[in-house]
Ligand binder design. Sequence first.
Ligand code: COA
Length: 246
Amino acid sequence: MRAEAATYAARPDLAARVGEIADPWPEFIHHANCNRLWHVMRERFPQFQLVLFDADSERMLGRGQTMPVRWDGTAAGLPGGVDDAVEQGAALADGEADTLCAIVAVLDPAARGRRLSSLVIDAMRSAAATAGLQALIAPVRPTLKEIYPLTAIESYATWRRDDGRLFDPWLRVHERLGGDVLGIAERSMTVEGKVGEWEIWTEMPFPETGSYVLPGALVPIEIDCEADLGRYVEPNVWMRHSPRGA
Ligand SMILES: CC(C)(COP(=O)(O)OP(=O)(O)OC[C@H]1O[C@@H](n2cnc3c(N)ncnc32)[C@H](O)[C@@H]1OP(=O)(O)O)[C@@H](O)C(=O)NCCC(=O)NCCS
């Protein structure tokens, strides 16, 4: 197998086949605020969307999506997270962006566990460099946080193994590639819905007001039966990479 990355702009034929990569997300994630403007990345910025494929068989291995944004280089000036980066990027006029923001990276389950994920981040960095952008920033969703939903992310993000590397596998990949932690995106992605909608999305009943731990959620969701509202506010970890070649 020869894993290679290409942009949607360079390989629209492969971009049309991203549906062949299995959807890793629990249903509720598809109802996040950012989903309203998700299409903008693909439609306006195909040069910043990536596919990972096997150049021998043309089998789809994974994808990476990003949004160009403006950033002043400070931790305080970062977007609020995934929702905010998608919204900010969609509102920018052509040529106003100076930074690329990673939004999502997904490998097909059959392609996981072979360190191919670093190729997706590398391809994002290359796309940023090609466009002359100053940095790749990423509100990173730590993959194992879901099994520690009651642990504060500020603490979880600092956990290290005995070998000194970060505990979380996805944070570890970013760090191995030279990424620096910039801080916590406390409200990176919000999902809101009526209690009945949450019950459909999760196939769980929520009989009374309270906090609930869900499969696939990094923190508990808050259910308010009186207000008929369920809210999930996902925190992520901001990391920064220099563009490739810089
Ligand atoms: C996140 C993702 C792209 C990483 O790709 P991957 O193929 O699983 O990971 P890699 O093979 O590149 O390995 C990365 C590290 O994770 C570790 N790892 C992979 N799966 C693991 C698991 N289930 N539990 C613990 N560690 C795991 C690997 O050992 C490796 O660590 P090491 O290099 O220190 O040995 C992939 O798991 C995925 O698509 N997940 C679903 C979507 C997602 O969560 N995306 C990220 C947020 S947008």
